[in-house]
Design a binder for this molecule. Structure first.
Ligand code: SF4
Ligand code: SF4
Ligand code: FES
Length: 346
């Protein structure tokens, strides 16, 4: 092995607030990335450390010699063996199975054991979870949430026959969720989870775990209702950030969260108040009226916050005259045809 300078003075060590290295990942193929580097070439790897003698968080820079087919995990192992024996990071299977090695590389969630190295890398722990040390995060928030959702199947009806026949169509959504390796990449990428205690949203990873059984047609609807009531699922804004980073390529939004939302609207309709109100308004008036939407969701409580109402009015977000008169647009007829009878209810 070539010798290494763990904190080469020619390589700047960045402060935690310095965002220069947190750019977007390059999205070319693995083969292309491996061809950009030649064996022996030096990689610059900046790792976020949580314990340094000076105190506080810093990014420590390392120079690592490239080896053919090198993954991020190989670079971390090289650093631990040759330059910083106290570097903390997790991995187990080394083959995209256990989900323990997830980190952020150049601002994107990746599996360290699966992601090809880049010439310049910034490696950080996952977001939205407390850091225990360096790249190791505390997963108990996720594990506790999953346990509270009781992601298992309960039967009320006896088996018709055994084994019970299930069609592919019946299992198509649950089977996608079963590919989850609990890596938490999606949880780290979710902007709603990033809001912290402002919402009670369970987050994409616990929802995928729940989807494995809640979308199974054998599960008892009452049991599914109980679980869904704890998810805050309608706080999901369908931004697809979770799907973008899922290493198991699970269509998290379209095949797990949206089907779960549909189930929640049916089994726990009070959770979907906002969605039903929005659909009802669009069906009747052919447009979204934020004023009416706020009134329908919050009721007269909304009028208590006069300052907010004035701010929305000043910005042109609400128009009380149109709301009071229920003015329709030319699209109202078509909207009613499309949403018609189902408007405003599950
Ligand atoms: S689609 Fe929903 S769960 Fe996924 S990242 Fe966006 S808000 Fe989070
Ligand atoms: S859904 Fe995908 S990103 Fe989220 S925990 Fe499972 S495998 Fe990881
Ligand atoms: S080490 Fe198991 S998924 Fe990466």
């Amino acid at each position: 092995m070539t010798s290494i300078s763990p904190a080469d003075p020619s390589v700047p060590v960045l402060s935690p607030v310095d965002g220069r290295w947190s750019g977007q990942a390059e999205h070319d193929s693995l083969a292309a990335r491996n061809c950009r580097l030649t064996p022996g070439e030096w990689l610059t790897v900046k790792v976020r450390r949580s314990e340094v003698p000076a105190g506080g968080d810093v990014y420590q820079a390392f120079q690592v010699p490239y080896q053919k087919w090198m993954r991020v995990l190989d670079a971390l192992n090289w650093i631990a063996e040759n330059a910083a024996a106290d570097l903390a990071f997790r991995w187990f299977c080394g083959s995209k199975m256990c989900g323990t090695c997830a980190v952020r590389m150049n601002g994107r969630e990746v599996l360290a054991c699966w992601e090809a190295v880049e010439p310049n890398m910034v490696i950080e722990p996952l977001r939205n979870l407390p850091v225990i040390r360096d790249l190791v995060v505390d997963r108990s928030r996720y594990e506790d949430k999953v346990a509270s959702l009781e992601p298992w199947i309960e039967r009320r009806e006896p088996y018709g026959e055994f084994p019970e026949p299930l069609t592919h169509k019946q299992m198509k959504d649950a089977s996608k969720a079963l590919d989850c390796i609990s890596c938490m990449c999606c949880y780290s990428a979710c902007p709603v989870i990033g809001l912290g205690n402002l919402t009670d949203f369970a987050g994409p990873a616990p929802l995928v775990q729940l989807g494995q059984t809640a979308l199974d047609p054998r599960n008892d609807p009452e049991k599914v209702r109980r679980s869904l009531a704890l998810t805050g699922i309608f706080d999901c804004v369908s931004c697809y950030k979770c799907e973008e980073v899922c290493p198991a390529h699970i269509p998290i939004v379209s095949r797990v969260i949206e089907p779960l939302k549909a189930k929640a609207a049916q089994l726990v309709p009070e959770m979907a108040r906002h969605s039903f109100a929005l659909r009802g308004i669009v069906a009747r008036r052919g447009r979204v009226d934020p004023g009416e939407l706020i009134l329908r969701v919050q009721g007269l409580r909304a009028l208590g916050n006069l300052r907010r109402i004035l701010r929305l009015f000043a910005r042109g977000k609400i128009n009380p005259i149109k709301t009071i008169l229920g003015i329709k647009t030319g699209a109202a007829e078509a909207a009613m045809r499309l949403l018609g009878n189902r408007a405003g209810r599950p």
